[in-house]
Design a protein around this ligand. Structure first.
Ligand code: FPP
Length: 224
């Protein structure tokens, strides 16, 4: 059976779900957050060590202002209300992406990371203002600045995902088959699961089904 440490997820479909069932994209994001909580619990039950969630891309700034501010207010409330609970459950929160949000959000993110930094049961990597291409450019620039040699191992050390093993599984919900500038380097050998369901409709049963399927895949890594 394949070992499993790290699951990454592109949580797509909130907007469509919200429009279809609540006539509001933002209601879709709210429902999407409930799925996030379900999948955190499911990850613990599956003894997964890293869960990486694509919550906001560098391209998402182009969305209407009201949607962007709604997403950040969701994030703010989530952290304010749930960080103690995450901490009690021995969950670590790490942000991957460039933290150039409002002062208030930056502070909340840093405090949440700091508070949970020693936790070991599950690490949630929340991708916020994250774009894989800019991550790679930043990594190459840092290598040059440090006069380090350009090797695969070195490059990995300069990414936001430093010290995090590459995901064995990527799930994208929402019935679209693309990577959307997410973890392009880290996904080189990842098993990819495209899921038709929209993120708010995705549940623990769907998650477990993917994990079960993954466990029996013959992974070759270029060999035979
Ligand atoms: C993509 O769906 C989803 C997002 C851009 C935001 C993801 C946010 C959440 C799941 C909730 C907030 C999470 C936290 C941790 C606070 P979309 O809006 O692109 O959907 P669409 O393709 O149907 O338009």
């Amino acid at each position: 059976m394949n070992p499993l440490n790290h699951v990454a997820i592109i949580m797509d479909g909130n907007g469509r779900w919200g429009l279809k069932y609540k006539n509001s994209r933002n209601e879709g994001h709210k429902a999407g957050l409930r799925t996030v909580e379900k999948i955190i619990r499911a990850s613990i039950r599956n003894n997964i060590k890293f869960l990486t969630l694509f919550a906001f891309s560098t391209e998402n700034w182009k969305r209407p202002k009201n949607e962007v501010s709604f997403l950040f207010s969701l994030l703010e409330n989530f952290l304010k209300n749930k960080i103690n609970d995450l901490h009690d459950k021995n969950i670590r929160l790490k942000i991957i992406g460039i933290k150039n949000f409002s002062k208030k959000i930056n502070k909340l993110l840093s405090l949440s990371e700091k508070k949970t930094s020693k936790n070991t049961r599950l690490q949630i990597n929340l991708a916020l203002n994250y774009g894989s291409k800019s991550e790679l450019v930043y990594a190459f620039k840092s290598i040059l600045k440090n006069k380090d040699s350009i090797t695969e191992k070195n490059l990995s050390k300069y990414l936001f995902t430093k010290n995090i093993p590459d995901p064995e599984i990527l799930i994208r919900t929402g019935d679209k088959k693309r990577l959307s500038n997410f973890l392009l380097w880290q996904l080189a050998y990842t098993e990819i699961f495209f899921e038709k369901k929209l993120w708010p409709a995705f549940n623990e049963k769907d998650f477990n089904k993917i994990i079960k399927e993954y466990k029996f895949i013959k992974r070759n890594f270029g060999k035979i």
